[in-house]
Design a protein around this ligand. Structure first.
Ligand SMILES: *Cc1c(COP(=O)(O)O)cnc(C)c1O
Length: 348
């Protein structure tokens, strides 16, 4: 069966064009800096984010970890949100492997951190306290509904951080979704920050990889840390070849995924039984709760969807996430809407 998979945009498989480019990729030893495809991808990524240099890494998690370890020494603190990916989903790597403790500030529903909360989190000079070194933002903000952070907000946080001698790292796993959603360039969103990671392997469809971008000096440091983490790959141009197509061909079409998310959201809402989060979707993610009248749990409803060939994300006892991506076309949107209509009417 050909699944309609809405669990995440990480499920996207490479396109035929990517597979062909991978088969034909020019490669070399990237630990020697001699892989032409990797070098090209890194240059393209740096250009797209307006930074001096880029570094191909195996995952977004490795990109964020290498970034934090490059910015911070052991015992230096990073200010981040309680709902951010690095805090929740990266196995505590910054603390476990880097000795970098997080100072946790509450994320607002729109994915931001309050300016005052960040200001108050910056440590004063005192022998009792760790030094604050870094502030982290996430854009789009996954756990806050795929909401984009604006250029103005990013600039305000960066100004505050820089006034206090801190650096800013952006987890821009879905920065091109944020750009598409706001109608701005990715570069406008990354300009205020010192470093950024973005994923090639989510909505951009590449099979593996992320790119960390920043100044030349920063990337040189991050390259050593990547090696230390076991992330120095050899003929990784095979992977970069797909990443190049991701950057050339896939960023411009993300608005289609956002449009389809809107159409799907309105189809689901019209049927009833699902209460969409206010404003959802902001990008390619729809978040919804089961209405009180529905007796079954989200997991049980997901089972029923599965019987109809649709895989949905269950993110709570009564909560769902539906993510649109390259492999969800108009016909799939219709099938999903129809599936929910059938499931919902069978419950009446
Ligand atoms: C997916 C994701 C990452 C990185 O995930 P990997 O699976 O390690 O590539 C980082 N941050 C956010 C917000 C993400 O959604």
């Amino acid at each position: 069966m050909e699944w309609i998979d809405l669990r995440s945009d990480t499920v996207t498989k490479p396109t035929a064009e990517m597979r062909k480019a991978m088969a034909e990729a020019e490669v070399g030893d990237d630990v020697y800096g001699e892989d032409p495809s990797i070098n090209r991808l890194q240059e393209m990524a740096a250009e797209r984010t307006g930074k001096e240099a880029g570094l191909f890494v195996s995952s977004g998690t490795m990109g964020n970890l290498a970034a934090v370890l490059s910015h911070c020494n052991r015992g230096e603190e990073v200010i981040l949100g309680n709902l951010c990916h690095t805090y929740i989903y990266e196995a505590g790597g910054i603390a476990a492997l880097g000795g970098v403790p997080p100072f946790v500030v509450m994320n607002q529903p729109d994915g931001t951190l309050l300016i005052n909360d960040v200001k108050n989190a910056i440590r004063k000079e005192d022998v009792h306290f760790p030094h604050t070194r870094l502030v982290m933002l996430e854009n789009t903000h996954n756990r806050c509904g795929g909401v984009p952070l604006s250029v103005e907000y990013t600039q305000t946080i960066a100004d505050l951080a820089h006034q206090h001698g801190l650096q800013v790292h952006l987890d821009g796993a879905r920065i091109f979704n944020a750009a598409a959603s706001l109608g701005v360039t990715a570069e406008a969103l990354t300009h205020p920050v010192d470093s950024v990671t973005f994923c090639l392997s989510k909505g951009l469809c590449a099979p593996v990889g992320s790119v960390l971008c920043g100044t030349r000096d920063f990337i040189q440091k991050a390259r050593r840390i990547r090696k230390q983490l076991g992330g120095g790959m050899r003929q990784a141009g095979i992977l970069a070849a797909a990443g190049i197509i991701a950057l050339e061909k896939m960023t411009g079409r993300l608005t289609e995924d956002h449009e389809r998310a809107k159409i799907l959201a309105s189809g689901l809402a019209q049927t009833g039984g699902l209460l969409l989060d206010a404003g959802s979707p902001f990008s390619n993610m729809i978040f919804a709760n089961l209405a009180d009248a529905v007796q079954l749990s989200a997991a049980q409803i997901a089972e029923q969807f599965k019987k109809k060939g649709v895989l949905v994300g269950v993110t709570g006892e009564r909560r769902f996430r539906f993510v649109t991506h390259y492999w969800i076309d108009d016909q799939a949107v219709q099938k999903i809407t129809q599936a929910w209509r059938e499931i919902y009417s069978s419950l009446q």
